[in-house]
Design a protein around this ligand. Structure first.
Ligand code: PGA
Length: 249
């Protein structure tokens, strides 16, 4: 397992945030308090990437996007390609978020081609995986995760990669997985990644908040968090960052 990796706390704003809210967030956030110990990243909607880019960089916050299209350019109305994300100084891109899998119907094949396109242009994918409540109750969590990770078969091992384990039933619900479930599942995800030849960070996501961050970030095999709702407010996002700094100090 890779406990020595620098933790990543990444905020996924989803379809939230006006220009005014973005400026208010940056006024209040103040910057990464411990860049040697924890990396902080923010994934605002596409419209806020350019306006936030320089200021976030000056605060030591890395920029990322929430999605990307798997082609370089051309007649794909409404899509954003990897080059455009690089242009806005993105380092990360979230790929395969459960909301895109379930609402937009994104397939594993599509997800893999988005990863290839991202790698081609130097972006680091944050590949999201996770089981539904029904799948957990049926006892098939591990096989669901293994199938979602199987898209990494044959993927170049030297390419930058972060995986986020996000149980679908914990996203936006206020219900988090227990420390035991998180530890057990992260151990499986790391095992599977090792089998596939990838030694990368595995984040936890799903209702991470200032009240549970320290416990979740202390679970073995958890190397950071993908934070939705609690990343929209500068103070709660900062509290999660500080809880993580405390865990690794
Ligand atoms: P949440 O979202 O923190 O609001 O549950 C997490 C995510 O979807 O990445």
């Amino acid at each position: 397992m890779s406990s020595e990796k620098r933790r990543l706390i990444a905020g996924n704003w989803k379809m939230n945030g006006s220009l005014q809210e973005a400026n208010e967030f940056m006024d209040a956030f103040g910057g990464n308090p411990a860049p040697d110990l924890v990396e902080v990243a923010l994934m605002p909607p596409f419209t806020l990437l350019h306006p936030m880019s320089d200021r976030l960089a000056s605060m030591g916050v890395v920029l990322g996007a929430q999605n990307v299209y798997n082609e370089d350019k051309g007649a794909f109305t409404g899509s954003i390609c990897p080059m455009m994300l690089r242009d806005a100084n993105c380092h990360y891109v979230i790929i395969g978020h459960s909301e895109r899998r379930s609402i937009i119907g994104e397939s594993n094949a599509k997800i893999r081609s988005k990863m290839n396109a991202s790698w081609l242009h130097g972006l680091e994918p944050i590949l999201c995986i996770g089981e539904t409540l029904e799948q957990r109750e049926k006892g098939i969590t591990n096989s669901v995760l293994a199938e979602q990770l199987s898209i990494l078969k044959g993927a170049p091992k030297e390419m930058p990669l972060t995986v986020a384990y996000e149980p679908v039933w914990a996203i936006g619900t206020g219900v988090t997985a227990s420390a035991e479930q998180v530890t057990e599942t992260h151990a499986f995800v790391h095992e599977e990644l090792t089998r596939l030849g990838h030694d990368c960070r595995v984040l936890y996501g799903g209702s991470v908040n200032p009240g549970n961050a320290e416990e979740l970030m202390s679970c073995p095999g958890v190397e950071g968090a993908l934070v939705g709702g609690a990343s929209l407010k500068a103070d709660s996002f900062m509290e999660i960052v500080k809880a993580t700094v405390k865990v690794v100090s």
